[in-house]
Write a protein that binds this ligand. Sequence first.
Ligand SMILES: [Zn+2]
Length: 108
Amino acid sequence: MRALQPDEQFREVAERLDLALHVRAFRLCLMCNAPLRPASLAELDSRVPDGMRERHTRFVTCDVCRRVLWEGSHWKHMRAGIDALSNAGAPDMPDVPSAPDGYVQYGP
Ligand SMILES: [Zn+2]
């Protein structure tokens, strides 16, 4: 690996291993690797902080560690990196699925 910055390292590894066509982002919990599933605000209730209740409408949860995730700043950063990768490496690639699969921002 030649890149020094994490974003560049991601791109370098993904291009070297030709991973653009195999990206399945935002489907697994980053803490325990269990599948994420969409969840309503009513179901999550107090597990969503007040500030996030007003700013987001789509949430997912991990049934193993019970973390709640939403499309916050981390998700946007990851989304941009994946989009840049797919645009550069595989122009004919269909869009990486987003909702309800794409959410990465840890709750409290
Ligand atoms: Zn988890």
